[in-house]
Design a protein around this ligand. Structure first.
Ligand SMILES: [Fe+2]
Length: 231
């Protein structure tokens, strides 16, 4: 399986090779070939973030639309929630939207190495796509992933590879994910949490993690709602 989506941050300096980023059996080999990130000087930061969001949308479509259509529906809804936060988030909205598009790519079987989907997706973005470091950190830690990392014995791995992102952006991504159903509809956070428990069952590691993370998730949603309500 190959895909042909160019990371806008790499594109000006790497015309051909970076357009082909293999995933699948060769992933581990490819991860060792991480290259430097080249930031073009001619784009403003807002241009770059909007370009980043468009690139992320294309990459998410390539990875998820056919392989995991329900995840694709979900991330479309999460990205729409991210765009809706533009008045509250400002220039970082493009980065938030990019993270929304890509936050669940770690569910792809070809990318799943640890089972912690945020970490697996972030590794792919970092090592194969050479993506913006803050984007990788947002994906790695999305929706209080550190709790599930503890449950899986991966918390030191997660924090060593990807530092926790700034709280306002992390809260915004949690808000977008936790108020969007698996089919991409806008839902209250309590409905979303209940649906996760129903889907996995009460004894599952994911249910246990979400139960422990619930106070943090509710706090994040409350913070973002309060921020969005400010004149
Ligand atoms: Fe999600």
């Amino acid at each position: 399986m190959s895909q042909h989506v160019t990371n806008p941050i790499d594109a000006p300096a790497t015309a051909t090779m970076k357009n082909v980023a293999p995933i699948g059996p060769g992933l581990n080999d490819t991860r060792r070939q991480a290259a430097s990130v080249h930031v073009p000087g001619r784009l403003t930061s807002v241009d770059l973030m909007n370009t980043l969001a468009a690139w992320a949308q294309d990459l998410a479509r390539t990875l998820l639309a056919e392989a995991l259509p329900r995840r694709w529906a979900h991330v479309q809804g999460v990205a729409a929630r991210a765009r809706s936060l533009a008045p509250a988030i400002g220039p970082d909205t493009g980065l938030l939207e990019a993270a929304a598009w890509l936050h669940d790519i770690g569910y792809l079987p070809e990318l799943a190495e640890t089972g912690l989907h945020g970490l697996d997706g972030a590794r792919y973005l970092c090592d194969v796509q050479h993506a913006e470091p803050l984007l990788c950190r947002l994906v790695a830690h999305h929706s209080c992933a550190v709790i599930e990392a503890e449950e899986r014995g991966l918390v030191h791995v997660l924090n060593r590879e990807f530092a926790p992102p700034p709280r306002p952006l992390a809260d915004a991504l949690t808000f977008c994910d936790m108020t969007t159903s698996p089919d991409g509809e806008h839902v209250p956070v309590h409905n979303r949490l209940a649906e996760i428990h129903d889907r996995y069952g009460s004894g599952h590691l994911v249910s246990r993690s979400i139960r422990r993370a619930t106070p943090l998730i509710l706090e994040a949603v409350g913070q973002v709602n309060a921020r969005a309500a400010r004149p």
